[in-house]
Design a protein around this ligand. Structure first.
Ligand code: DGY
Length: 323
């Protein structure tokens, strides 16, 4: 029997590209540049399976085509708000993601940003590189203490809990959370966490807030000028979830006017384009979507996507089916 035709839309670590070739007739995107909507529509007509990523546009327009051959989108990544699930389902296409394997590394990057923003690591490094450091002094570049403070976590899935574990056990932080569904007492008690009833309350009560909820329209601008203006004055905000969760203009404004103290962003609305207002904020640390960027994790993400795809073509329900 011939192998299913699989398109991998971006380059993967070598070990997983090689593993893919054992079970699939693989096409790689040698140039590693994002596909256009037209490329994606052609792929949907010509491949049995596609493994897309966050850089692919799979909105409703991408699925407005006839003669679809694709049967599964085995997404390389846990977030899938770039895929219009109802359109995929209408065409009978199965969609899977890669949870679990990136929780630790994404929480590590959230903690990195939290510490960098609190301790002004970006500013400090820029000062050194600009040859402007005049030496140690008691009032130089004073930051915020992290140990023992209160961390608010929005979205308490696997990554949110990995963040709680680092903050609570590593830094003695008190944990408060917001989640749309009730989190079980067993899970809350692991981190001595308290579940609050709104994002606004969380921003009012916490020194730090870290976002770990899904992106997409339901969570667009969950953090906005209204709740930022009511937040604790020294709030430090961290976003490793999706760019659209934060109103970036409102955030830049809040940073500029010292409504909040600082922020750390790993994700951006419309990335890789960065809203120029963000570049003007000195108390903002930015990373280029590095949450899952370790070799171990990027390999595991690939293996997990392949595992889902293989299960599908064996006639099984893939472990990580989301539609
Ligand atoms: C994810 O897996 O969702 C990461 O953000 C990379 O897309």
């Amino acid at each position: 029997m011939s192998k299913p035709k699989l398109l991998i839309t971006r380059r993967w670590p070598k070990a997983v590209e090689e593993a893919a070739e054992k079970d699939f007739d693989v096409t790689l995107n040698e140039k590693d540049i994002p596909l256009t909507i037209e490329d994606m529509q052609n792929a949907l007509k010509n491949y049995d399976a596609i493994s897309p990523t966050v850089t692919d546009v799979l909105n409703s327009q991408a699925f407005e085509i006839q003669n679809v051959r694709c049967k599964i989108l085995c997404n390389y990544g846990v977030g899938y708000s770039h895929i219009d699930l109802p359109s995929a389902e209408n065409l009978g296409i199965c969609v899977t993601n890669t949870p679990d394997v990136l929780s630790d590394c994404t929480a590590d990057i959230a903690m990195t940003l939290l510490l960098m923003a609190a301790r002004r690591a970006g500013e400090g490094e820029r000062e050194l590189r600009a040859n402007k450091w005049i030496g140690w002094r008691p009032t130089h570049m004073i930051g915020a203490k992290v140990t023992g403070k209160t961390l608010g976590i929005i979205g308490f899935g696997r990554i949110g809990q990995a963040m709680a574990s680092r903050a609570h056990f590593g830094f003695g932080m008190k944990i408060k959370i917001f989640s749309r569904s009730k989190v079980s007492d067993d899970v809350l008690s692991k981190y001595n966490a308290e579940q609050l009833n709104s994002v606004d309350n969380l921003l009012k009560q916490c020194d730090f807030v870290s976002l770990h909820c899904p992106g997409g329209e339901p969570n667009r601008h969950l953090i906005n000028s209204s709740n930022l203006s009511q937040s604790k004055r020294d709030l430090i905000l961290v976003n490793t979830a999706r760019g659209e969760v934060v109103d970036e203009v409102a955030l830049a404004d809040a940073l500029k006017n010292k409504v909040i103290r600082a922020a750390g962003l790993d994700v951006f609305d419309g990335e890789p384009k960065i809203n120029p207002v963000l570049l003007l904020a000195p108390n903002l640390v930015m990373l280029p979507h590095l949450g899952s960027a370790t070799l171990e994790t990027r390999e595991e993400m690939g293996f997990r996507a392949l595992q889902n795809c293989k299960a599908f073509f064996k006639g099984e329900v893939p472990l990580d089916k989301v539609a």
